[in-house]
Write a protein that binds this ligand. Structure first.
Ligand SMILES: CSCCC(=O)C(=O)COP(=O)(O)O
Ligand code: ZN
Length: 220
C-alpha cells in the first residue's frame, strides 16, 4: 500500500491506542516509576512496514503521574508528528523508532529506576547484565532449564541520535529490552500488555542481580 497509512486509521483505532497507553501510564505511575518526569511510553497503530509505521507516544517533559488531554501524540517512523499539534514528542522518540524498525513490536515502555541504573554501571565493562537460572527469564519466552541471558547495555549520550546506532548494533532479538548506561531500560512487546510484562520481568531481574551481587560481596 502506498500513501500515508495514518490517514486510513479510524477514530476507534486511535482511541484504543490512547486508552491503552493511558492505562499503562497510570499503572506505572502508581508504582512511582516516573521519577522527575523521566520515562516514556508508546504503542504502534495501524499497518507495519519497516519503512512506514505510526505510533502514539508520550509528550516530552510531562509529569507522567498526571493524566491530561495533552499526554500523547501520534508520530511516524521518523518521529515526526503525524497530525498538526503543539505537543512535542518524547525527546527519546528516535530510540522508539529504531526499536519498532528493528523488531516490528507493538509497544515500548521506558523507565528509570535505581536498580536499572546501578546494574547498568556495575556491568558496563562487559556491556551486558548476565542473568543465570532465574525463573522469571521465562517471561521472555525462554524456557530452557537454567537459562542464561545477557541483557545488552549501550552508552548513554545527551545527543539522542548518537544512541540510535548503538541500539541497532546491540539489540538482541531474543531479549525484549535494552539498557542505557546510567539512564534506564527500554522494554517492548507485541502489545502494551506484553511490554508491561517484560518491563516488570526486567526490573525484577535487575533487583535480583543487584541484591545477589551485594550478598556475594558481603560473603567474601
Ligand atoms: C527528566 S529525565 C531526562 C529525559 C529522559 O531520560 C526521559 O526518559 C524523559 O524524557 P521525555 O522527553 O520522554 O519526557
Ligand atoms: Zn529516559
Amino acid at each position: 500500500m502506498s500513501g500515508n497509512a495514518f490517514l486510513s486509521l479510524t477514530t476507534e483505532e486511535k482511541q484504543r491506542a490512547l486508552s491503552e497507553l493511558g492505562e499503562l501510564k497510570a499503572t506505572l505511575a502508581s508504582r512511582g516509576l516516573f521519577a522527575g518526569t523521566s520515562g516514556n511510553l508508546s504503542v504502534r497503530v495501524g499497518e507495519y512496514r519497516p519503512e512506514q509505521f505510526h505510533f502514539a507516544i508520550t509528550a516530552s517533559g510531562k509529569d507522567k503521574s498526571r493524566s491530561t488531554p495533552e499526554d500523547f501524540l501520534f508520530v511516524d517512523q521518523d518521529g515526526k508528528p503525524a497530525e498538526s499539534t503543539a505537543l512535542k514528542p518524547s525527546a527519546e522518540t528516535l530510540i522508539h523508532c529504531e526499536i519498532y524498525r528493528l523488531t516490528g513490536c507493538g509497544a515500548i515502555a521506558h523507565v528509570h529506576t535505581v536498580y536499572n541504573n546501578v546494574v547498568s554501571e556495575w556491568f558496563w565493562e562487559r556491556r551486558a547484565v548476565p542473568v543465570h537460572g532465574v525463573e522469571l527469564i521465562k517471561a521472555f519466552n525462554i524456557w530452557e532449564e537454567e537459562a542464561s541471558i545477557d541483557i545488552p547495555i549501550v552508552p548513554n549520550y545527551a545527543d539522542i541520535p548518537r544512541i540510535v546506532p548503538e541500539v541497532t548494533e546491540r539489540l538482541d532479538p531474543r531479549i525484549p529490552g535494552i539498557l542505557l548506561r546510567k539512564h534506564g531500560i527500554y522494554a517492548w512487546g507485541r502489545d502494551v500488555q506484553e511490554a508491561k510484562k517484560h518491563l516488570e520481568a526486567f526490573e525484577f531481574l535487575f533487583e535480583y542481580v543487584y541484591r545477589w551481587e551485594l550478598l556475594q560481596g558481603s560473603r567474601r
